[in-house]
Design a protein around this ligand. Structure first.
Ligand code: S3P
Length: 174
């Protein structure tokens, strides 16, 4: 049961990167947010607005559990998915967690005009506080980290992550 999970704050580029990784490898692309939307037929902002964040978190856990029943996937998680113990407990040692450690400034520039519920309801300062508390968790749980402290081209990030995946596979096949 080998799976790669990308984690990191909103705007670090998990989804775009996972899509490219899937094209360049034999890993199937999964985005947990998109799966939640498909499951319930509502967008993430609609779920937060009409059903509440707690309900979204339940659906997110359900999707993660379902997803992890399959193997050979590159999974873009939501920004908070792997900060919950319940979700972390679903992972096995065969799951490679890659933390995309993009600076807050870069993330914020990418998300500030988006319709993500957290971005719509929180100030820049509040978001930075959340960013910092989550970063501590990601650092603890990740098998590997990709640092993006100054803007990097996606093809460069792609090459680095593909390399991390290769190494993880090699180490775990011995
Ligand atoms: C969230 C991040 C979003 C999405 C939801 C909540 C968060 O995913 O799961 O809006 O709490 O950080 P992305 O990180 O893909 O934007």
């Amino acid at each position: 049961m080998f799976n790669v999970l990308l984690c990191g704050f909103m705007g670090c580029g998990k989804t775009s990167l996972a899509k490219l990784i899937s094209k360049k490898s034999n890993l199937k692309f999964i985005d947990t947010d998109q799966e939640v939307e498909k499951l319930i037929g509502l967008t993430i902002p609609e779920i937060f607005k009409n059903l509440g964040e707690n309900y979204f978190r339940k659906l997110e856990s359900q999707i993660l559990k379902q997803t992890l029943q399959q193997s050979n996937q590159i999974i873009a998680t939501g920004g908070a998915t792997l900060t919950f113990k319940k979700n972390l407990n679903m992972l096995t040692p065969q799951c490679e967690i890659i933390f995309i450690d993009t600076s807050f400034k870069i993330c914020f520039d990418r998300i500030k005009n988006s319709n993500r519920p957290l971005v719509k309801t929180k100030s820049r300062q509040q978001l930075e506080k959340i960013f910092l508390s989550r970063k501590t968790i990601y650092e603890k749980i990740a098998s590997n980290t990709l640092f993006e402290q100054t803007k990097m081209e996606i093809k460069h990030k792609l090459a680095l992550v593909l390399n991390l995946i290769d190494n993880f596979k090699k180490l775990n096949s011995n």
